[in-house]
Design a protein around this ligand. Structure first.
Ligand code: FES
Ligand SMILES: [Fe+2]
Length: 354
C-alpha cells in the first residue's frame, strides 16, 4: 500500500542547510515540514533555530535584524536570543513588571557536523536532547571532514516521490541517458540487502562491470573497480561510500520536505581526490544534470498523480520503495504507541534488470 495521506514524519533529524550558507552573525529563513524556521549563527559561530513568527503579531522574525546575539522584530522591536527567549519588549515600562518568558518562541535542536546543519523536528512532546543527538546522520568514514561539493535541488513534489525516485534502481537506463554514466543495454543486477538503523543497507559490493563507462572512469581516477556500500534511513537519508584504489568517496543525499508539494534534495560529496578538484566546476554541472534528470521525471509523475491512481509496485526493483513506505508506517505507529521501532526489513537478495 502506498501512503496517500502525505504523512510527514516527526521526531527525526532533517537536513536544514549546508554550513557554508550560514555565516557568523547572519540568519537564514526556511520552511521545513511546513513550519517557518529561522536559522541563526551567532558571533561565536554556534547555530540555533527558532520558529520564525513573532509571538506578538506574527511578523516573521527574519524580517527584522540579527546582530549576532539577538534578533529584533521589525514591527515593535521585541527582541529574542538564539534560544528563543524573549529578552526585551521596548514598549513596557519598568513598573509593568512583565514575565517575558511568557513570550518565548519555540526553539529547535540543531546539530552541526561535517559541514551540515541538521534540525530536529519534534512532534511537540518532550525529548531527551542527549539521546536524540546520538541519532544525527553522520558519514562514518570522515569525522570532521568538510564537503568538497554541495548541491541543493528543489523538487516540486511530496517527499515520498523524491525519495522513491532517487532510490529506484530501474529508472537509470531511461532517465540518466548520459554518456559518462552508462551504456544502453539492460543487465541483471543482484544485491544483498540487510536491515540497518531506521532503514536498510546494500551490502558492500563491486560496482557492476556492466557499467562500462563508469568503471573506465574509476580506473582512470584511482585505479580499481570500486566497492560500494549504500545505506538508507528515515526520513530520507542515503549514504553511499565508494572505495577505489586508495580513495574513499562518500556522498550523502538528504531529502527535506519543505511542504506537501515542495521537497529539497541535498547532495553532499566528500573525499574527492585532490587532482580531481580542478574539475570541480565540471563536476558541479554533471551533478546538477544528473539530479535534474531525476527532478524532471518526478515532475512529470505529478501530472498522473493528480488523478490519485493506485501505484502498481512490483518485485524486486520496487522493493526499496515498498520498504520505505513500510518503514514510515512503522515509525509513525511506534511513535504514537510510544514503543520501540521494529525494523520491517529482513535480509534478502534482490534481483532486477537495469
Ligand atoms: S509583531 Fe513583532 S514586535 Fe510586534
Ligand atoms: Fe536517478
Amino acid at each position: 500500500m502506498i501512503d496517500k495521506d502525505n504523512l510527514l514524519l516527526r521526531n527525526l533529524w532533517y537536513y536544514a542547510l549546508p554550513s557554508h550558507l550560514l555565516k557568523p552573525s547572519k540568519m537564514v529563513a526556511k520552511t521545513i515540514l511546513d513550519e517557518p524556521v529561522l536559522l541563526m549563527r551567532n558571533k561565536q559561530g554556534e547555530v540555533s533555530a527558532v520558529h520564525d513568527i513573532c509571538p506578538h503579531r506574527a511578523v516573521p522574525l527574519s524580517c527584522g535584524r540579527f546582530n549576532g546575539q539577538e534578533v529584533e522584530c521589525c514591527y515593535h522591536g521585541w527582541r529574542f536570543n538564539p534560544q528563543g527567549n524573549c529578552v526585551e519588549i521596548p514598549s513596557l515600562l519598568p513598573e509593568q513588571n512583565t514575565d517575558l518568558s511568557r513570550y518565548d518562541v519555540k526553539s529547535y535542536p540543531i546539530y552541526e557536523i561535517q559541514g551540515n546543519i541538521w534540525i530536529y523536528m519534534s512532534d511537540g512532546n518532550n525529548y531527551d536532547l542527549e539521546e536524540i543527538k546520538k541519532q544525527v546522520p553522520i558519514v562514518k568514514s570522515f569525522t570532521e571532514k568538510q564537503p568538497d561539493l554541495v548541491e541543493i535541488i528543489p523538487f516540486s513534489c511530496f517527499i515520498d516521490h523524491a525519495v522513491t525516485g532517487l532510490m529506484d534502481p530501474a529508472h537509470s537506463p531511461y532517465v540518466h541517458r548520459v554518456w559518462w554514466w552508462r551504456t544502453g543495454e539492460l543487465h541483471e543486477e543482484v544485491k544483498q540487502f540487510d536491515p540497518s538503523y531506521l532503514g536498510f543497507t546494500v551490502r558492500k559490493h563491486k560496482i557492476s562491470s556492466n557499467d562500462e563507462n563508469m568503471s573506465r572512469l574509476y580506473w582512470l581516477v584511482g585505479g580499481g573497480i570500486p566497492e560500494v556500500e549504500i545505506s538508507f534511513r528515515l526520513p530520507g537519508v542515503r549514504i553511499e561510500e565508494i572505495e577505489f584504489g586508495k580513495h574513499r568517496v562518500t556522498n550523502l543525499t538528504a531529502v527535506t520536505p519543505i511542504s506537501e508539494t515542495e521537497t529539497e534534495v541535498n547532495f553532499v560529496l566528500y573525499g574527492m581526490p585532490n587532482w580531481i578538484k580542478i574539475f570541480k566546476p565540471l563536476i558541479h554541472i554533471l551533478a546538477r544534470q544528473f539530479l535534474g534528470q531525476d527532478r524532471a521525471v518526478v515532475e512529470k509523475q505529478q501530472i498522473g498523480l493528480k488523478y490519485n491512481p493506485i501505484l502498481r509496485l512490483i518485485k524486486d526493483s520496487d522493493m526499496q520503495a515498498q520498504w520505505y513506505y513500510q518503514l514510515k508506517r512503522e515509525f509513525a505507529k511506534a511513535t504514537s504507541e510510544k514503543r520501540e521501532f521494529i525494523n520491517p526489513v529482513k535480509s534478502i537478495l534482490l534481483k532486477w534488470r537495469a
